[in-house]
Structure formats: C-alpha cells, structure tokens
Ligand binder design. Structure first.
Ligand code: ATP
Length: 337
C-alpha cells in the first residue's frame, strides 16, 4: 500500500458520489448507461469516464451495450458511499473523511475537531501507520485488514462523564460483532472487546474540554477483521473476526452495523441517560463478579470487580473488604485471575 499514492476523500452524505451510490444500490444488478446519463444530464462518454475513475480505485465494473453497467466486485476500500449504502443513520457519518492510509484516525479526528467539523463526523482509514492504543501504546492497523475509524462527537456532557462513551461504544462494538458473525464477544473493562479471551477490538476515547464542558470527544475504534496472522508480540493475545468465524468478513458491513448500534445507543443515552446501556454492558462484561488486578501507576489494586457506577468507574471490593472506585483513565486491568 505504501508504494501506492494515498487517496483522500472528504464527502457529505447529501452530496455523495451519485454514480457510485446508484451502482451500489443496484446490489450487483445492471444500471443502464442511458439512465445514468439522463439522471445526471451528462453524455454517454462522460459516464464512461466516470466508470473508469471507479475502476481505477478498484471497482470491477462490467459493461454491456444492451444492459449498462454493474459492479461485479467491490473495491474493498472503506469509501463513504460503501458505508452509506449499507446503513441507515441520522447524523453519524453525515460527513466522512476517508484515507487509504494515515498515521492515526484519532490524531486526524482531533485536528478536525479543533477546526470545528460537525457533530458525528467520521474519519475512516484503510491503514494506520501509527495507530494508537491507550497510554502511548500502539495499535497495529494493517492495510485493508480491519476497521480503523474515529467519530467526532459533541455531547452535552461534563468532562468527567466522557468515560461513559467508552462504555457505550464497547457495547455497540460487541453487539455489532455478534450481529455479524453470531459470536458473543465479551467486554474487558474498560476498553477492549475479546473473543475466546483474545483482543478483537480496542477503543480509544480522547477529549477536548473546558473545566465544565466538553468541546468534543473523539472515539477511536479498531476492529481486527480479516487478519490471518499477527506479529509475534501480540500473537497470543489478538484475534480477528475472520479467525473466529472461519471466513472472510465484510469490513463495510461490520462498520455499517457498528455505526447503527453506536448511533442508537448514543441517542438513547442522551435522551434517557446511560442506564439502559450500562445494563447491557453488565451482561457483556467478563470481569464482573471475578477477581481482578488493576495497575494504576505504581499502585496495584486487587479484589473482586463488582459493578460499574453511574460514571462508568469500576467498583472493586478489595481483599480487605473496602470498596474502591477505579476510573478508567491511566489504569490497566492487568490480569484476570
Ligand atoms: P492491555 O492490552 O494490557 O489490556 P490496554 O487495554 O490498555 O492494555 P490498549 O491501549 O487498548 O491496551 O491497546 C494497545 C495494546 O494492544 C498494545 O500494547 C498491544 O499489546 C495490543 N495490540 C496492538 N495492536 C493490536 C491489534 N491490532 N489487535 C489486538 N491487540 C493489539
């Protein structure tokens, strides 16, 4: 990928690549060339030119003088139109910044957040060269193997409530994975989704805030989808949807489902509070009721994970009987005994 020229596309849902939307809506069926030129008021040769432009970015398009054009194979790029044509969303993804390769979608989303892009804007990349985990760790994001996406949200929340969005996103990701491959993914507090005890998805929530108000929150989501193998360092603790399901999984399908789940949970939480989402989270979390060890800087907190409280903090019953609230910030749930 790195040898190829990087593609950057910025598009609003009201103003998509209409030809691509039309072809995608036909779901592999033919769209007549005449209809296309009529609809867009352009000549047949202009249509031909646009078709070739789509071919250049990897779409296989069959043409027949009698029937017109049909997509015989999608490009496998996570283009905005791929997401829009597969999902029903009211605000999330109204604007999408697509990059074939970028350092980090979260870094780019933070830049865009500072520039004042609309609530719900998404940054999607097919590859991250410097994908980020928490606390300066890195997130491996090879080209076209996973979903590397960041959402810029502007919720009416106090800064200390932002971790609730990580909880909400974890629920949406676990549900989207279950919807697509039928496997129950579990949440490891605070920000990972596991299958068979291995990490399939990580979430990185970052925020820009004043003392008493959130300017914007960036929620980064990385999902391993079609990876066949992982490098030595993470081989034992990483898994992809393909490894779990035993077959290739469409990244655009999973993304569409994830975004629908995310938007729905976000709307519910903003109108009714976070309790309905927390309720789902408690069922999906693998740590509750179990012994855990939390590393918070030099401190180690050992005990039983009891619950999450109304701010998304983990309540731990320590071995001495005391209950301690642990906020998700700079801590790791090191191991689960
Ligand atoms: P831990 O993995 O110790 O629970 P964490 O949940 O805080 O820590 P994150 O910051 O979410 O970890 O993710 C970064 C870590 O995840 C990296 O240090 C690496 O071990 C692992 N990792 C990196 N890339 C991937 C990937 N694509 N899939 C699964 N795990 C990965």
């Amino acid at each position: 990928m790195s040898a190829e020229k990087s593609i950057e596309i910025v598009r609003d849902k009201q103003n998509p690549d209409r030809l691509l939307m039309m072809l995608l809506a036909a779901k592999g069926g033919y769209v007549s060339g005449e209809e296309i030129s009529r609809r867009f008021g352009v000549s047949r040769s202009a249509v031909w030119k646009q078709i070739n432009r789509l071919r250049e970015i990897g779409y296989e398009i069959e043409s027949s003088t009698r029937l017109g054009y049909r997509i015989s194979k999608s490009s496998d790029l996570m283009l905005p139109e791929e997401i829009w044509s597969k999902s029903k969303l009211s605000f999330l993804g109204d604007r999408i910044y697509y990059y074939s390769t970028i350092d980090s979608t979260n870094t780019q989303a933070k830049k865009l957040g500072q520039q004042g892009v609309p609530h719900g804007t998404l940054v999607i990349a097919d590859e991250q060269t410097g994908g980020k985990g928490r606390m300066g760790r890195s997130w491996l994001s090879p080209a076209r193997e996973g979903i590397w996406i960041s959402a810029i949200l502007k919720p009416q929340l106090m800064p200390f409530d932002a971790p609730k969005l990580t909880i909400l996103t974890a629920v949406a990701a676990a549900e989207a994975i279950r919807d697509k491959i039928g496997i129950l993914a579990e949440i490891k507090w605070p920000n990972d989704i596991l299958i068979e005890g291995k990490k399939v998805c990580g979430i990185l929530t970052e925020m820009s805030a004043e003392l008493d108000a959130v300017n914007f929150v960036v929620i980064g989501i990385g999902i391993n989808v079609n990876n066949d193998f992982f490098p030595e360092e993470i081989r034992d603790k990483a898994i992809s949807l393909k490894m779990a399901a035993g077959e290739m999984v469409s990244r655009a399908d999973v993304t569409a489902g994830l975004l629908e789940r995310l938007e729905y949970s976000y709307n519910v939480s903003m109108s009714q509070g976070f309790e309905p989402v927390f309720e789902k989270w408690r069922k999906l979390c693998r740590n509750l009721g179990k012994p855990v060890e939390i590393v918070a800087g030099r401190r180690i907190i050992e005990g039983i994970a009891l619950n999450i409280d109304e701010q998304g903090a983990l309540m731990i019953k320590k071995n001495n009987g005391e209950i301690e609230r642990v906020l998700s910030g700079e801590v790791s749930l090191k191991y689960e005994k």
